[in-house]
Design a protein around this ligand. Structure first.
Ligand code: IDP
Ligand code: MG
Length: 152
């Protein structure tokens, strides 16, 4: 299959409250990516500290963990060709003010500390994040019937 490994995408608590779940899933589907895992959960502070461990010394870290723990998140794994890189392009920049029109973080502009959505920034971190958020049995293995219409 002409795909690369999956990427981990999470809709943050305010993305859910603002009613953006369907819109975000739609964008990934329209791009030809396949959802192989989706769940709705409230992540513990411990879990979030592990997820953002690389940022643990940043001044915004405690606020980030609190924000991510303030409600539920939609945790997802999407697969498809170049999905990690393209997923980041679709998200836009960390700071919505620097994002290009048409990206999720720019279209639904909110400040950097409330930027709606998470996406893995490399194949390596995607692997790490997928195994942190999903058990292998929670991920499905299937080929979209549109596969041959999307990939050459
Ligand atoms: P990313 O989400 O685009 O990969 P990271 O640098 O990994 O950006 O930061 C993780 C998250 O931490 C961001 O998505 C954002 O929610 C939050 N964050 C990053 N920089 C700041 C900041 O300067 N102030 C407040 N929150 C921040
Ligand atoms: Mg990051």
């Amino acid at each position: 299959m002409a795909t690369t490994k999956g990427t981990f995408i999470a809709i943050k608590p305010n993305g859910i409250q603002l009613g953006l779940v369907g819109e975000i899933i739609k964008r990934f589907e329209q791009k030809g990516f396949c959802p192989v895992g989706i769940k709705f959960l409230r992540a513990s502070e411990e879990h979030l500290k592990q997820h953002y461990v690389d940022l643990k010394d940043r001044p915004f870290f405690p606020g980030l963990v609190k924000y991510m723990n303030s409600g539920h998140v939609v945790a997802m794994v999407w697969e498809g060709f170049n999905v990690v890189k393209t997923g980041r392009v679709m998200l836009g920049e960390t700071n919505p003010a620097d994002s290009k029109p048409g990206t999720i973080r720019e279209d639904f502009y909110i400040q950097v500390g409330r930027n709606i959505i998470h996406g893995s920034d490399s194949v390596k971190s995607a692997e790490k994040e997928i195994s942190l958020w999903f058990k292998p049995e929670e991920l499905v293995d299937y080929m979209s019937c549109a596969h041959d219409w999307v990939y050459e």
